[in-house]
Structures are given as C-alpha cells and as structure tokens.
Design a protein around this ligand. Structure first.
Ligand SMILES: NC(=O)NC(NC(N)=O)C(=O)[O-]
Ligand SMILES: [Zn+2]
Ligand SMILES: [Zn+2]
Length: 472
C-alpha cells in the first residue's frame, strides 16, 4: 500500500555511485525511516517497477546526474562567538546549496574554540536544530590542553588541528615542538589524526631586497608567506611523525608544490601522512589576483599558475588525497574592503557551496571525469574524517546523501547586486561574477530533500548534528 511504504527510490541514467566507475544508469532504493540506501540496481528501473509508490517517492533524475553528497572536511562555522562571521544555520545552508551533505567544522574562530570536551559540548549545543547538513567536529591542539585530547577523542571529534604559525585568533595559539611531542604521544594510540596548518617561519627565508612593500599589492602578501614556510613546516612534521609512526598526520590546505617531493618520499617510506588542498589553490593563480582585493587572501597564499598545475598533477597521482573548501569567512570590515589593505585583512576565503561547480569546471578542462571529482570531494574526504562507513559513496548501508546535478547548468557566483547564489552569511568571495559550469539542482540528506534550487531550501528538513563516530 502506498501510504505504508518505507521505500523512496532515486533513478538516473547517469549515476556516480562511487569513484570506481564513470556515470552509469542506476536505481537507488532507500528507507525513509533509516535514511539509508537499502539496494542499488545497475539499471534505471521504470516507475512501473514500483507501481505501489506515490510519485514523490519515485524520483527520476531525468537528464540530471546523481552524485554522492560532498563531505567538506574543512569548514569554519565560527559559532558561538563569531556568529557574525558565519554560523551553523547559514553555513550549512550554503553547503547544502552546493551539494555538500556533511561538513566537518574546524576548532577555531568560534569562542570558545574546540579544545576541551566542555567546549565541544558548547558547540554541539549551539548547532542543534540549526543544521541543513550533517556536521562533525575537529578538535584543536593548543599549548597546555594535552590532557583534554584523549577525552575529546572519546567524545567524538574526528581528529585535531594545530598551527605551526600564528592562527590569527588569540584563543587558538600556535604550538611548538615541546607542545607537539606530548600531544602526539597522547594521540598515537587512539586512532585519531593530527592536522597541521603547515607554515613555519624558521627565519631561513631572507626577503629579496626588491620585495614589494605596498600593503595593497598581492605581491607583497605573496612574498610574505613564501613556499619555504610550507616546506620548513612539512619537513618538521615528517621528522616528528617518525617518532610517533602510528599517528596519522594530515597537512591541511597545501599550497606550495615545492613540498610535494618531501611528501612523496615520506609516503614512499611508509609515513601515515595525508594531504588536502583547496578549491582556490586549484582554480586560481597569483597572476589573476587583482591588487587591493583581500577577498583573495588566505594562508598559505594562492601561488603561481605553474604551482597550481603541479597541484593538479599531485592530485592525479594520489600525492594529494582530497580537496576541501577551507571556508573561513569574516565580516566585511575585517576584509578591509574600504582600503584594500591585504596585509592587514583577515586571511580566509569564502567558498562554501561553490566547490563542486568550481572543481568540475577546472577538472573538465584538464580531462578528469566527474568520478575523479567524487573521489576528491566525497570519498577521500569521508575517509579523512573517519566517516567512510556511512558517507562519501552510494552503496547499501550508506546514508542516502545525494545530489541531483546538472553538468551543463550555469552557476553565476553572486551577481553584483543580488549575490543570489552565495548562500553564506558574508557575501565576499574571490569568485564573484564568475560563471561556472555544473549546478546543483537538488540536495538530499538521508533520503530527504534539504535543498531544491527551484523551491529553495525546504523548511522542516533539517540535518542532525554528529554526536559520535559517525556524522549522524
Ligand atoms: N583562523 C583561520 O581560520 N585560519 C584559516 N585561514 C586561512 N586559511 O587563510 C586557516 O585554516 O588557517
Ligand atoms: Zn590553517
Ligand atoms: Zn581553515
């Protein structure tokens, strides 16, 4: 009987179930009560095969592709404390509008930062009933919080971020090796992961005598955070990791291609080292950054076009595991839009909800199929965040998190006046005015529509907040 059926079916001609195969016809059966995938058939079954179902439970994607929902493993939602920069409601809504069904929140920029179990609970409480996606949390390692780390693992954080250079917010100081060693020792046996903001100024870098000094020039900022900061940090990480080989170490937001040989040789020697880069390092280049535009400021910086292409090669060969947004917004005043002072502006780029279209646009130009994009933004990020048993692909037992996606649809990022496609809170982004190819039409979280481009986000279909080892 239709009214008693627990079944909801998604059917498509072009379905990417995982990165293992290019788009193929498929039928995905889901349970409305559990929100999970219950069966996958490798054919597009007609409505007649499900005669009992009411039409809203038989969703035919037609010419749209069906992809797994993205897992964005690096997002700063900043609530509580800096909710005017971004919050759970607006941030996850922006995520859902871009096909992201899970975000993993960074431990800093909120007040308090996620550095104790009590602070984690404060953040979870703030997130309740606000989220359009599933949300999980990274913890933080700061000087002096080492006794809080193992309890935070027990409370469900997916790993820990630390900084090797100042973070930009005083509540989240950077660590020295003296802080790191006990933290790594404490974490080594837990199965957790340590994430490094890998920039370190060992003062070996001497600025060129003709280095620019005008603080509105992008070149001034670029010269102030050279690749040597990243290579020095990564060399230290590799050296430290050798002391704690069972602890997986992860480099967040890699920008400098100069560090790739170090990473390759450490991995070849068996180091448990993983790496992410960001949409902006793959889609932008220093020469395209206008002066006086701090929307393009992030740390480490966007470098040259050759560097960008070397990052693509490293993605292709698996040296870089995954791609994330590092959505780290702030209010307009701190971006110094009034005077364009990039040196004083907040470092962080806003991208949440644009990543799939951005990466697809650039990947296609380089000959990569959509299944590779699924690898880098769904599967590998789910693995990195320890969510790979429920998230990142469409298979029996997995959450029914999926995206109906138009490969040819145009997405214009924020027209000057309406900025209507930018769903995050502070509508400042380096992509403003760009037209991308590939557009999310509908986002489904655990079998329920949470975003529909035509109808916008539907009230009442909210995500839930992670309480434990899965995002849900
Ligand atoms: N305090 C921050 O949010 N920093 C972030 N800022 C960037 N990436 O510019 C980051 O992840 O390091
Ligand atoms: Zn960072
Ligand atoms: Zn970040």
């Amino acid at each position: 009987m239709p009214f008693t059926s627990d079944l909801r079916v998604f059917v498509g001609k072009n379905v990417v179930l995982s990165s293992a195969a290019p788009p193929t016809p498929a039928t995905i059966e889901t349970s409305k009560s559990t929100g999970r995938v219950t069966a996958v058939h490798h054919e597009a079954r007609p409505k007649g095969a499900y005669a009992d179902l009411v039409s809203e439970d038989y969703i035919d994607a037609g010419d749209l592709y069906i992809l797994p929902g993205l897992v964005d493993a690096h997002v700063h939602l900043n609530e509580p404390g800096r909710t005017d920069w971004e919050g759970f409601y607006t941030g996850t809504r922006a995520a859902a509008s871009g096909g992201v069904t899970t975000v993993v929140d960074m431990p800093l920029n909120s007040i308090p930062p996620t550095t104790t179990v009590a602070h984690l609970e404060t953040k979870r409480a703030a997130a309740q009933r606000q989220c359009w996606t599933d949300v999980a949390f990274w913890g933080g390692v700061i000087p002096g919080n080492q006794e809080h780390l193992v309890p935070m693992v027990g409370a469900g954080v997916k790993g820990f971020k630390c900084f090797m250079i100042e973070s930009g917010v005083e509540e989240f100081p950077c660590v020295t090796e003296a802080d790191l060693e006990p933290a790594m020792e404490a974490l080594e046996g837990t199965g957790s992961t340590l994430l490094f903001h890998a920039e370190f100024d060992d003062h070996s870098h001497v600025p060129a005598p003709d280095a620019p000094s005008d603080s509105t020039l992008y070149a001034t900022f670029l010269a102030s955070r050279p690749p040597a900061f990243e290579t020095a940090a990564i060399a230290r990480i590799i050296r430290l990791q050798a002391l704690f080989p069972a602890l997986r170490c992860h480099i967040v937001h890699l920008s400098a291609a100069a560090a790739l040989p170090l990473i390759r040789s450490a991995r070849a020697a068996g180091a448990k080292l993983t790496v992410e880069t960001c949409f902006h390092y793959l889609c932008l280049a220093a020469a395209d950054v206008p002066n006086g535009r701090p929307e393009f400021k992030c740390c480490p910086p966007i470098r040259g076009a050759d560097n960008r292409e070397a990052l693509w090669e490293a993605l292709a060969d698996g040296t870089i595991d995954c791609v994330v947004s590092d959505h780290s917004p702030c209010v307009a005043e701190l971006k110094r839009l009034d005077d364009g002072d990039i040196m004083s502006a907040w470092g962080g780029i806003s991208t949440l909800g644009l990543g799939l279209s951005l990466l697809r646009t650039e990947a296609r130009r380089r000959g990569f199929g959509i299944e590779r994009v699924v690898r880098w933004t769904c599967e590998a990020t789910a693995e990195h965040a320890g969510l790979q048993e429920r998230k990142g692909k469409l298979a029996v037992g997995y959450d029914a998190d999926l995206v109906l996606w138009d490969p040819d649809g145009e997405l214009t990022c924020g027209e000057q006046i309406t900025k209507e496609t930018l769903n995050f809170k502070n509508k400042l982004t380096p992509y403003e005015g760009r037209t991308l190819r590939g557009r999310v039409e509908t986002t489904v979280l655990r079998g329920r529509i949470v975003y529909d481009r035509a109808g916008d986000v539907r009230a009442g279909n909210r995500g839930t907040v992670s309480q434990g080892l899965s995002a849900g």
